[in-house]
Design a binder for this molecule. Sequence first.
Ligand code: FES
Length: 220
Amino acid sequence: MTALERTTASASTAPERTTASASTAPERTTASASTALERTTASAPTAPARETHNVQAGRRPRSDMDEHRRIAGVEEVPEESTLLATLRPVDPEAVDEGEGDLGEGEDGAPEVEAILTRAAGEVRAFRNYCQHWTDVRLDKDDGAFVRNGEVFCQTHGATFEADGGYCNFGPCEGAVLESVGVTVADGAVYLDDDGYDFVRLGPSAGKGDGGGSRIDFTGN
Ligand code: FES
């Protein structure tokens, strides 16, 4: 083969590779796009039927809304108070010893509490400790004080917006309650948070006595 023939042969090969590569890229893109569409289409009919509200931003809705994650019926969640539930942190190291809702199960594993309310029109859930003094529980096993879409801390009167937990008044103004992800499906509230497992309704172990020694500003 002459030099000219070699050059020609080499040049004809290069475009073939380029073409092959280029034709592959769109195929991959198309396949990926169709997969995404299929997923979207597949999940679309489910949403209206389940009336799902994942209130935990950035957390993935769970598909396993089975009975062991069912917290309560929607109607059991009050609009002007809170419903108390006990959760178990998946990672025991993720909880702070200073958090007032922290208890200990019979096996020694930590338990924490969630408060659920419908004060914002939809079910919302938060960890049961104030952002001012974190050892203070908002719901001392008798329901937190809730009015006009706000959850009150009765120790120093801080108010937290029930739709997102933002403190709009009080000594911890600007702080935000720690959210717990919940989902409403078929008239029930399910835990929808990868950080916790549902244990039971009611206080965490050792927290059913009115909760703490600090006296609140109402004198209780
Ligand atoms: S402990 Fe809640 S406002 Fe002070």
